[in-house]
Design a protein. Structure first.
Length: 326
């Protein structure tokens, strides 16, 4: 049957609406809609999860949503391949163009990876697409580094209080280990990438010390903000231990360990006092994120890495910022 410019493939006759079959039903406008029962694909020579036949409305989105559902529920496992375009076309009863558009949509959502000659592979669980979307929104906004400083101070200050209440001994040991790596990199005047990585690891472990598993996913973009806002005014030496204020981070960990809310608040305020109110951060706070970073990939890169080097070669409006401990 042909509806508009899409060919809808139907095998056999249209059965009455039941709880056992998906099928297309048509109203007097000849528009199809999707019912909510699974399609029986016993007559199709292939293996794998059953897929529904679709109506004409938003075919690309319906195909993408149906495949996404089966990826998320584990029907299509990470590392495995989706059915071929030909099989998907037959199963859904839509054109190959619709299937290709749907697969592109899934790739944009970070669910699959389409490779020429290898088919479409289901990606392992990742929050990269989520983080990239947040980074894109930050870069397209008028937000400044100071705005992000303020947001981080408010959020991380509250999370430190939760960590003080909920942490276990194992959590504190991981935060301590991260702090020692950070301190060691600073003391050894290691390369900037190693210092920033250690610094971000410390703050990440502190967030995880809240002992709230969902935060590991929900607050992943915070790590990108940590990387993006590890900057000071130009001219500062990123390898100068004084720039990293390791003792302030030590005091914050000690306060969390005591489970004393007042001590945590005081330590958090001291941690953020210089970047939020210090005179030498004045120009940095005014800098728009979009002026400092070229792309979401650049914003999420650890300073000193390849993407960071690319940023420094592209920027022309101001000199490079130097990482520092925020």
């Amino acid at each position: 049957m042909v509806v508009g410019d899409e060919t809808l493939v139907q095998k056999g006759h249209v059965q009455p609406l039941t709880g056992a079959n998906y099928h297309l039903s048509y109203n007097f406008d000849a528009r199809a809609h999707l019912t909510e029962a699974p399609l029986n694909l016993s007559g199709v020579a292939r293996q794998g999860p059953e897929l529904p036949r679709l109506g004409r409305s938003s075919l690309r989105d319906q195909v993408a949503d149906a495949l996404e559902t089966r990826i998320l529920d584990g029907s299509f496992e990470a590392g495995g391949r989706l059915p071929t375009e030909h099989d998907l076309t037959e199963s859904f009863g839509v054109s190959r163009t619709v299937v290709r558009d749907a697969l592109r949509l899934l790739e944009a959502r970070g669910l699959v990876d389409t490779r020429r000659g290898a088919g479409t592979v289901v990606k392992a669980t990742s929050v990269d697409a989520y983080s990239s979307a947040v980074a894109t929104m930050l870069l397209r906004s008028d937000l400044t580094v100071g705005d992000v400083f303020a947001a981080r101070a408010a959020l991380e200050g509250q999370l430190a209080l939760v960590a003080a209440k909920n942490h276990t001994r194992a959590h504190l040991e991981r935060v301590e280990a991260a702090l020692q790596r950070f301190e060691g990199a600073v003391h050894d005047r290691a390369d900037v990438r190693a210092i920033v990585s250690g610094h971000v690891d410390f703050h990440t472990e502190l967030v995880l010390a809240t002992n709230l598993a969902a935060l590991e996913i929900l607050l992943r973009p915070i790590q990108e903000m940590m990387l993006a806002t590890s900057v000071v005014a130009q001219g500062a030496d990123p390898r100068d231990p004084r720039s990293w204020r390791v003792e302030v981070h030590r005091a914050l960990l000690d306060a969390v360990a005591t489970r004393d809310p007042a001590a945590v608040v005081a330590a958090s305020e001291k941690h953020w006092s210089v970047p939020l109110h210090g005179k030498r951060y004045k120009e940095t706070r005014r800098t728009r994120l979009g002026e400092m970073f070229v792309s979401p990939r650049d914003l999420m890169a650890i300073p000193g890495g390849a993407a960071s080097d690319e940023r420094r070669s592209v920027r022309t409006t101001s000199g490079p910022q130097s990482p520092a401990a925020q």
